[in-house]
Design a protein around this ligand. Sequence first.
Ligand code: C2O
Ligand code: CU
Ligand code: CU
Length: 458
Amino acid sequence: MSFTRRQVLGGLIGLGVVGLGAGGARYWLGRPFDRKTHDYELIAAPHDIELVPGHVTPAWTFGGQAPGVELRCRQGDELRVRFINHLPEPTTIHWHGIRLPLEMDGVPYVSQAPVLPGEFFDYRFVTPDAGSYWYHPHESSAKQLGRGLVGPLIIDEREPTGFRHERTLCLKSWHVDEEGAFTQFSVPREAAREGTRGRLSTINGVSLPTLELPAGQVVRLRLINVDSTITYRLNLPKGDARIYALDGNPIQPRPLGKEYWLGPGMRIDLALKVPAVGSEGLSLRNGPLRLATIKPVASREPSAEWPPALPPNPVAEPDLAQAETLRFNFEWAASLASPADEAAGRYKYWQINGQAWDINDKTCADRPIAKLKKDGHYIFVLRNMAQYQHPIHLHGLIFKVLDSNRRKIEPYYTDTFLLGKNETARIAFVADNPGVWMFHCHVIDHMETGLMAAIEIA
Ligand code: C2O
Ligand code: CU
Ligand code: CU
């Protein structure tokens, strides 16, 4: 690393974070202001939205909407986002799945100082990989993501692909009651189990939407699970759909099959052959539950065939023969918090290799759970010792999923792997990005009650 955390805390405030002058801020607009360089001004602010018809939900939004405005950049270009915080509390933005320098990773006290109310921070980084990604704060996550601070980030392939149509679909279940008021984002007894589920299931902030898609065309559906808890069991009964990418990374296209389990933080790019106008009954489902209805609408274009596979991202191939193996056990550990902690509402239920991350301890990242050598090759054995699933996410890198003791896996690249109940899986990667990278479960309740660690690469 080229700096210490102390330097970040002491020095970066003067460089990247500057107080906003009075009168300068347009309140909720996030707009591309230079298409050539993909510059965005992105404002986080409280904003009322209508999730339940006729009722107001006091959401927190990026660009005046929840999920937030879609940010786009071309692979290999630099993305420059001026982020302005108009929330009543500190926050940051983390760019989930993007391989970027540590100082742009958006983890408070690890990669940057939190952005205080009224301040801004300029995020700038090159986007090496194409695909479907997303962004969210890495501070008070249960509340901030729960109130709506999540948004899609699309990195377009350098060269045109065979897709002419696409839709971004962000899946989120809101913690709101029948009148749109927020309910508790995190309930301790739920945090100790699968996590606290929201009640109102939505796509792009709309409950049970009808998606109008061009008949006879192949549409790329970018499904992004921006939810804090729920693993969606995606299926499209009667739909002719193929998987083109998992978590941003292309695979050899294959049929969607019966269902695909999309855990929190994960993405899937599907190609859907839209049937003729008038075909009924096509819906996107979570298990047996309908998420959206698909309505084919007339298209003048000639009907399309399946596009070729998407080009692979430039990820280094781990050499398993020379790789060093490290083991990580993810366990449930009753309550690890002291009575005083619990009285203050701080709970710990989970640990990695016997360590529970303390979300309130700003020095946790100084004690990484593993220190890797820059450019070393590694195999991680991930073992889930509990009966709840953990979508295990690693910042700053893309890893290859090798195999599992529970199911047959066609090796693929990802940043988030859904580790099933009592499953043991192996992942591998080249540690080519120096930094202190968070390694955590993306069920926010699990992450905030212990299931997080730091991996140092130097
Ligand atoms: Cu979506 Cu720490 O990540
Ligand atoms: Cu991430
Ligand atoms: Cu978990």
